[in-house]
Design a protein around this ligand. Structure first.
Ligand SMILES: [Zn+2]
Length: 443
């Protein structure tokens, strides 16, 4: 999987070439030692950059996944299992952190500094702690093998992610109704997630099993996990679409894990799978599994543009979990798609109350207010959103639209201009440029 760099670390020509293909604002780390293979290799990002990128991006992803779980005990449990694995990994010094996130679909992911999340959707499917350890071990494997940093050498992820390019919208939930959200500045559900290669997956599986075995777990948790994912994908493929597009699954992965458990890890494979312990710690999330499945159905319908069907799935989920932030916000987005903006706003406002300070609901509320031509109200929401989750270029555009609606031309022009500097292309950019031209700021 690694490309070692032949000869001297970097000559001037290489350096210039790299500058031209890499993204602006990224410090260049030069050569680094791969902590797993011990080989010297060309990696643009140093550890400090990995951590900085993580800190900059992971909060946006957690928010798009309906925020970290409010269930402190659940987060603590995920953290306990994760830290046991991270501590014996190749990079124990990384600032690892673990949490459940409220999303209903099945997914888990890691940012390059060690911020790791698992969705409620996957927590509700797992059957024992060994499987959770396998899931976290695999993600820790990606962090340790520096897979994101490797991708970055190709200079793509950061550029696309920061621009929020619609080309990176992959999740089924967003794929089809993204255009109208994106036009006014949403961010695709998977926009910030790294897409790994099959070779990356092989390596993360291998490292995950290695860490599990060293931390005292039964490595068969890995085969159990893959079994669950494959079965689930057969009867509810849309719920796993994002996970499989970022972590490509294959029969080969399952076969390899099984073989390893039966050879390399014979002794460890006799350990307990810790089913009871997992059940005890995840009672709350497993209790709402039927509602989570309905949310998955609703998201699948949204992707197929069957908005009425989605509406009824979300409604029946909300009967079971009326105060649930994710359910309320998914319904808000569905109502927007149905152009029931007044109702959408009510759901967005309820979501805000269900999880005060979570940014995504604030943004959706603002977008709904734009649709209702309540520009002052929308402006307030975007200002608040920017305080909660600073740094998203789309917020500049949305704020520009609100100010434009309020008749504050000069302030709007400033926002449009800032937006165009980071996102020069796309529908929003075209709109922004058009306004600036009409107002005589651009010739
Ligand atoms: Zn993976």
């Amino acid at each position: 999987m690694k490309k070692t760099y032949p000869g001297p670390c970097l000559n001037r020509r290489d350096f210039l070439w790299l500058l031209s293909v890499s993204t602006a604002g990224l410090a260049l780390g030069g050569c680094a030692i791969d902590p797993v293979t011990g080989k010297k290799e060309l990696v643009l990002m140093g550890e400090a950059e990995e951590i900085a990128l993580d800190q900059q991006q992971s909060p946006h992803q957690f928010s798009m996944d309906y925020g970290p779980s409010q269930d402190k005990a659940l987060n603590a449990y995920v953290g306990e299992v994760g830290m046991a694995l991270a501590a014996i990994s190749h990079r124990p010094q990384m600032p690892y952190s673990f949490r459940g996130v409220n999303a209903a679909h099945v997914n888990a992911y890691a940012f390059p500094g060690g911020s790791i999340a698992v969705t409620r959707g996957i927590m509700a499917e797992l059957e024992n702690e060994a499987e959770l350890a396998a899931l976290l071990g695999h993600e820790i494997g990606h962090v340790n093998a520096r897979h994101t940093a490797e991708r970055m050498t190709k200079g793509t992820l950061m550029q696309l992610a920061l621009a929020g390019s619609s080309g990176y919208v992959r999740s089924s939930e967003y794929a089809t109704y993204a255009p109208f959200l994106e036009k006014i500045g949403g961010l695709g559900a998977g926009a910030l997630l790294a897409s790994y290669s099959r070779a990356d997956e092989r390596e993360a599986d291998r490292l995950g099993m290695q860490y599990m075995a060293a931390a005292g777990y039964n490595p068969r948790g890995m085969t159990g996990l893959m079994d669950i994912l494959v079965k689930k994908s057969q009867y509810k493929p849309s719920a796993l679409e994002l996970m499989f597009s970022t972590h490509p699954m294959s029969q080969e992965r399952l076969d390899t894990a099984q073989q390893r458990a039966a050879t390399e890890y014979v002794a460890e494979s006799k350990r307990a799978l810790l089913r009871e312990r997992y059940m005890d710690h995840t009672v709350a999330v497993r209790r709402i599994r039927p509602a989570l499945l309905e949310l998955q159905d609703g998201a699948g319908s949204m992707a197929g543009q069957k908005f009425r069907q989605a509406e009824s799935s979300f409604a029946s989920a909300l009967e079971k979990i009326p105060e649930d932030y994710a359910a309320l916000l998914m319904m808000a987005k569905c109502k927007m798609a149905l152009e029931k903006n007044q109702e959408a706003l009510q759901y967005a406002e309820s979501a805000k109350q269900a999880y005060p300070g979570e940014a995504h609901a604030v943004q959706i509320s603002g977008i709904t207010k734009l649709a209702l031509q309540n520009f002052d109200g929308a402006h307030e929401e975007f200002v608040r959103f920017d305080q909660l989750l600073p740094g998203r270029s789309q917020t500049r555009f949305l704020t520009g639209i609100a100010l434009d609606g309020m008749g504050k031309r000069e302030l709007a022009a400033r926002e449009y201009n800032t937006y165009l500097q980071t996102v020069p292309q796309g529908d929003a950019a075209t709109h922004a440029r058009q306004r600036l031209t009409e107002w005589g700021y651009v010739k």
